[in-house]
Design a protein around this ligand. Structure first.
Ligand code: CTP
Length: 400
């Protein structure tokens, strides 16, 4: 089989050097990559680097190799175009259909999915001109990844950093795997909770669970690749932030509830993949609890935590909001799942069997997605991303 053809557009920002890492990941995973830098990108990283890393010729202008009509051919033949970093100028040109160099010509001739990973100073990103250009590109079906927050070129910090190349690569992989031009979650806001809550007993101890957060992160990544604005509420995962996803870190069930309710206010869908502690210690010891010789340990008194899934299902923040829960069961998996779906009042419940060696921390999962409408969608054993895609398929169908 031919290798998938990827055009890596690089525009002129300091983050151009990070695109070398993205290029390496793309070529090493079996993609045929043609790098199309803008003339200003070459001030940051030279053509020799792009050519050596990609194994393909590199040009910025339409006037090289004119007999091969590169300004049309490169875009037409591509299976994916990814522009990383995308500067404010490149976004503006793409939004307005300008075509004054090879990259902008390629963007006009490409009929495949297009991913933009913008990087610029916060002021430029927030400027209404840039925001309108981004909205235009998204409306037309491009995936525009939200920039990350952090240190910018100078001493300042803010929104505008290029997300981690490994995470941009994940988005490219997901978009290529789906092979569709229209991202079906474009214009939607989705909220995903992930990880496991920890309920502190004292400054060094907590009651927790074994959730790794990987399923929730797979849900966030796949939703971003399908064009959604994603808020990921992460409880104690230690995983890297997925590209283009707003991540809110929380610790306890009470904090998770607060963050989910806030984000859900304008969300089209909420997926509760986090393992939430049902109970928390009634008392928190400000100092470390000491063992006392010749004395039995004090019992731990527990209080019930709020049931977030039941609460957001009962009081939908928006009409038509789709709410999805997860149920990890060790026995009577389907019967318990059906009862839980009714009890929680959500639209979909992803039921999987867990145990000592099952699911927790692994890259794979197997589940049945139960619908409040009586539907049952089995998802065979496979990567957590495949289960995530099925969940979004079922959610988009309900969003209509
Ligand atoms: N959940 C929640 N708030 C809680 C507990 C759970 O929102 N306090 C959500 C989880 O995020 C998950 C779903 O409810 O989506 C099911 O979690 P699970 O722990 O299986 O449900 P429980 O109600 O705790 O049921 P069980 O009696 O089996 O513990």
């Amino acid at each position: 089989m031919d290798k998938p053809k990827v055009v890596l557009g690089v525009s002129g920002g300091i983050a151009a050097y990070k695109a070398c890492e993205l290029l390496r990941r793309l070529t090493e995973s079996g993609h045929d990559v043609r790098v199309v830098p803008t003339a200003s990108a070459l001030h940051f990283v030279g053509a020799a680097t792009w050519s050596a890393l990609s194994g393909n010729p590199v040009s910025t202008e339409v006037w090289d190799d004119v007999h091969e009509v590169p300004h049309v051919r490169i875009g037409q033949q591509a299976d994916l175009v990814v522009v990383a970093p995308a500067t404010a100028d490149t976004l503006a040109k793409a939004a307005h259909g300008l075509a004054d160099d090879l990259l902008t010509n390629t963007l006009l001739t490409a009929r495949c999915p297009v991913v933009f990973a913008p990087a610029m100073h916060t002021e430029m990103w927030e400027h209404p001109a840039t925001q309108e250009n981004v909205a235009t590109l998204r409306r037309r079906g491009a995936v525009v990844v939200e920039p990350a927050v952090g240190r910018l070129t100078g001493v300042d910090t803010g929104k505008g950093r290029l997300p981690d190349p490994a995470e941009i690569f994940e988005i490219c992989r997901r978009v290529l795997a789906r092979g569709v031009r229209e991202p079906d979650l474009a214009g939607r806001h989705v909220v995903v909770s992930a990880g496991g809550t920890r309920e502190p007993l004292d400054p060094v101890r907590f009651l927790g669970n074994r959730s790794s957060g990987k399923q929730g992160y797979a849900l966030a990544r796949t939703a971003a690749a399908r064009g959604a604005r994603v808020t990921l509420i992460a409880a104690n995962t230690g995983l890297p932030d997925p590209a283009g996803v707003d991540v809110v870190q929380v610790g306890t069930a009470v904090q998770l509830r607060e963050a989910v309710l806030k984000a859900a206010a304008d969300a089209d869908a909420v997926v509760m993949a986090a393992a939430v502690a049902d109970f928390r210690p009634a008392a928190y010891a400000a100092g470390k609890i000491k063992k006392k010789d010749d004395q039995e340990p004090d019992p731990i008194v527990l209080l019930r935590n709020p049931d977030i899934l039941a609460e957001i299902s009962a009081e939908r923040a928006r009409p038509g909001q789709v709410v999805v829960g997860f149920a990890a069961e060790t026995d009577d998996v389907l019967a318990n799942g059906r009862a839980k779906l009714r009890r929680k009042g959500c639209d979909l419940l992803v039921v999987n069997e867990v145990g000592e060696r099952k699911t927790f921390g692994s890259e794979e999962n197997e589940a049945v997605v139960l619908g409040a409408d009586g539907s049952e969608t089995p998802v065979p054993h496979g990567p957590k991303e495949a289960l995530a895609e099925t969940v979004w398929d079922l959610v988009t169908r309900r969003l209509g």
